[in-house]
Design a protein around this ligand. Structure first.
Ligand code: GDP
Ligand code: IMO
Ligand code: MG
Length: 423
């Protein structure tokens, strides 16, 4: 398989984990290049459900190598917990998982600052996952971060931690929060560092060597296009580049070594956390929540739901250079009588066919809808394009044409075999 970047084309939770699991069969190495354990990627294998936060979903497939790249922020204690969770389920990690020595480390003060800043924002909160993602990337940009190579050297780690705690405890105190104990954090992180040390390596060199040996790389995007720090609905975004370019900077693999970009999108739209969402719709939210669906894999929060938005996904196709689409959760629309698709926005007396940069303007946008008759039949057992009801095929063809990229995969359920390869 060609080197493939897989990105979420909406606000995250598009079903990337499932599609990665399906595509991993044809890949040699699966790479995470941004984000942290704010991600929650669900993979269902038989009756066993796995939720991966930092470890690439490829870990569930036999001999595949999995890489946590330099662009990821690693909570080492959370990662050890995730490794132990997988081992308890009979999934070995050692010898398969490699962690970049340059990846930045999430510390307890990052999590506390994340929480404190959210509390202080009150009504204007972002609705973060409280995993410390923003403050960790802020430290990276401020050049005050601690990296994996520091963590696995106990003396060096103790030295930098002492310095960083001095500054961050002062900030926590100013927020009225309890300062952190050096001894406690040091002991907890030393233990995690010891467990992870054998997995830490120069993944930039490793990945480029793999490419020279003609191995296939699959980049597992976390979050989604509209949570991108630069291209998303700022400030209601995460703190990394979730779009295709982030796969290069976050892994050290140059752009001309990437062969294709796959955009994953739900057949409708969801968003968890605050921020503008033009096609948000109570009826479809109630329908999906009533089916026990659309609750967050990381925080358990109910996801906000709405109609498919082609203004959004066309924009995603543009900034990511999406070559092929994977449309998931088609089965979520099985019972809907009239399905709506947003084809433009009306805002400030104008019709827009792109996503405005100003979130306050996006907030006022009224979607212009096109309606499609629902197929009112279960698609869960469809295994090929021709198994799908004619109206479902018409819907998917319209979506593909409006987004401006060909369909590659249609997913009709969470299981591996509920996957239709269109081309
Ligand atoms: P990710 O963050 O993009 O990996 O997505 P999540 O795992 O957070 O959320 C997607 C949810 O949809 C998970 O519960 C998946 O098991 C589920 N899922 C993925 N594809 C399908 C599908 O085609 N149909 C149904 N019913 N569920 C799906
Ligand atoms: P996956 O990889 C959906 C959202 C949070 C919040 C905003 C900022 O599973 O698709 P952060 O904790 O990153 O500072 O939160 O981003 N968010 C996600 N929403 N899926 C995710 O990941 C998300 N990761 C972060 O809800 O609105
Ligand atoms: Mg998720």
């Amino acid at each position: 398989m060609a080197n493939t970047i897989l990105v979420g084309a909406q606000w995250g939770d598009e079903g990337k984990g499932k599609i990665i699991d399906v595509l991993t069969e044809q890949a040699d190495v699966v790479v995470r290049s941004q984000g942290g354990n704010n991600a929650g990627h669900t993979v269902l294998i038989g009756a066993q459900k796995y939720i991966l936060h930092l470890i690439p979903s490829g870990i569930l497939r036999g001999k595949k190598q999995c890489v946590i790249g330099n662009g990821v922020v690693v909570d080492p204690v959370g990662l050890v917990r995730e490794i132990e969770g997988l081992e308890a389920l009979g999934v070995p990690v050692d010898g398969k998982l490699f962690i970049s020595d340059a990846a930045h480390v999430v510390l307890p003060y990052h999590r506390l600052l994340d929480e404190q800043r959210e509390v202080r924002k009150g009504r204007n909160k972002i609705g973060t996952t409280k995993r410390g993602i923003g403050p960790t990337y802020a430290d990276k940009a401020s050049r005050t971060g601690i990296r994996m190579l520091d963590l696995i050297d106990p003396e060096r780690f103790a030295e930098v931690l002492r310095l960083r705690l001095r500054e961050n405890n002062a900030v926590l105190k100013a927020f009225g929060a309890k300062p952190l104990s050096f001894a406690k954090v040091e002991a907890e992180y030393r233990a995690a560092g010891e467990r992870l040390r054998p997995l830490v390596t120069n993944t930039v060199v490793m990945l480029n060597r793999a490419i020279r040996r003609r191995k296939s790389l699959l980049f597992e995007g976390a979050q989604g296009t509209f949570l991108d720090l630069d291209h998303g609905t700022y400030p209601f975004v995460t703190s990394s580049n979730t779009t295709a370019g982030g796969a290069c900077t976050g892994s050290g693999v140059p752009p001309h070594r990437m062969d294709r970009v796959v955009g994953v999108m739900k057949a409708y739209t969801t968003r968890v956390g605050e921020g503008p969402f033009p096609t948000e719709n109570q009826e479809i939210s109630d329908l999906l929540h009533g089916m026990g669906r659309e609750f967050g894999a990381t925080t358990g929060r109910a996801r906000r739901c709405g109609w498919f938005d082609t203004v959004l996904t066309r924009h995603a196709a543009m900034v990511n250079g999406i070559d092929q689409l994977a449309v998931t959760n088609l089965d979520g629309l099985d019972t809907v009588e009239r399905i709506r698709v947003c084809v433009a926005y009306r805002c400030g007396g104008k019709k827009l066919d792109y996503v405005p940069t100003d979130g306050r303007l996006l907030e006022t946008c009224e979607p212009v809808y096109r309606e499609f008759p629902g197929w009112r039949a279960s698609t869960a057992d469809a295994r090929s394009w021709k198994d799908l009801p004619a109206r479902a095929r018409q819907y998917l063809e319209a979506v593909s044409s409006l987004v401006g990229a060909p369909l590659m995969i249609v997913s009709v359920g969470p299981a591996r075999d509920q996957t239709i390869f269109v081309k």
